[in-house]
Design a protein around this ligand. Structure first.
Ligand SMILES: [Zn+2]
Ligand SMILES: [Zn+2]
Length: 334
């Protein structure tokens, strides 16, 4: 079968590898779709994703597909089932798993590397999806589950003012969740005009550029700031424009070699709470529930559908990723 590898040194390669048969409680899934995630791009650029990267590695982790066979110990799946994956393995036994925080599992690793024709995750990482949900949409389960976890951490109170940075694919999902949270005002910060227009369509009450937000922040107390870009400049500005008693969620993935700085005294006088969010503990089913109800518009976010081979060029140029979510098709079933 084919698999798309990051082989180090800014190089991507599609390799032919041996099929794996499902062991124990594993589920063998024919991958239909897999989203290209910001963390894949980070890995390709030699930075880290959610963990340290040692190439060669198969990229992708946001996949959906159809079950083709199951291991002898698998209880809940059978060939033909349509499924989405949570790519993050947790052992269920270590101290972090026992504390209910599987995102810090000591044995955590990826089990659904979706830039491949087949994946074999254990069944606890696999979720049934209803017939009403297309496999392409179902591939948004993982990024949406990460966004849900981030918003769980800051607990938005209805009627308050939220600023969201970035209408990339995660920002666009986040915006829809913020909209449903009952926020009073939602101000989206985005440099591209097209994406500002999309923000208004997806629930923002105002869409402006980063040059304009400082003025706004002098007139309105910004209660929540959610940064979904991960650039130093916007992360620092996010902390600066946050209002009194505000919560700031730095959701975008920063460069590990380039830390941000902020004025502690200013943050102190505002009594800021600064949050980060790591992975998607216990939120996959909730993401699927929202997708199944059709509450999350994914079609408007998708900028391109590419083959496993075509994504190699995209990793170098990022042309299409700048415009929205790039979806990689494998079997292309829906
Ligand atoms: Zn992802
Ligand atoms: Zn564990």
């Amino acid at each position: 079968m084919k698999a798309g590898y990051y082989i180090g040194d800014f190089k991507y390669e599609v390799r032919e590898i041996a099929h794996k048969e499902p062991q124990e409680d594993e589920v063998k899934i024919r991958v239909a779709w897999c989203g290209l995630c910001g963390t894949d791009i980070h890995k390709f650029q030699g930075k880290n994703g959610a963990s340290i990267v040692i190439p060669p590695i198969i990229l992708g982790h946001e996949c959906s597909g159809t079950v083709v066979s199951v291991g002898p110990g698998c209880k809940n799946f059978k060939p033909g089932d349509r499924v989405a994956c949570d790519p993050s393995y947790s052992c269920g036994k270590c101290t972090w798993c026992q504390r209910g925080l599987p995102n810090f599992c000591m044995e955590r690793h990826g089990v659904a590397k979706g830039f491949a024709e087949y994946v074999c995750p254990p069944e606890k990482n696999v979720y049934h999806i209803s017939d009403s949900l297309g496999l392409k949409n179902a591939a948004f389960t993982e990024p949406l589950s990460c966004a849900i976890h981030g918003l769980d951490l800051i607990q938005i109170e209805s009627g308050k003012t939220v600023v969201l940075y970035g209408m990339g694919s995660v920002g666009s999902l986040m915006l829809q969740l913020i909209h449903y949270s009952g926020a009073g005002k939602i101000i989206v910060i985005e440099r591209e005009r097209e994406k500002r227009r999309l923000a208004l369509e997806l629930g923002a009450t105002k869409a402006v550029t980063d040059d304009q937000i400082e003025e706004i922040s002098k007139k309105v107390n910004i209660d929540y700031v959610i940064e979904c870009i991960g650039s130093k400049e916007t992360m620092e500005q996010a902390i600066h424009i946050a209002g009194k008693n505000a919560k700031v969620l730095l959701f975008g993935l920063g460069d590990p070699k380039d830390p941000i700085s902020f004025n502690q005294f200013e943050a102190y006088t505002k009594e800021l709470s600064i949050f980060t969010s790591y992975l998607n503990p216990h939120t996959s089913q909730r993401a699927i529930n929202l997708l199944e109800r059709g509450l999350i518009d994914t079609e408007k976010i998708i900028s391109a559908e590419l083959s496993l081979e075509e994504v190699g060029d995209e990793l170098k140029t990022l042309e299409l990723s700048k415009k929205g979510k790039v979806m990689v098709y494998l079997s292309k079933e829906n």
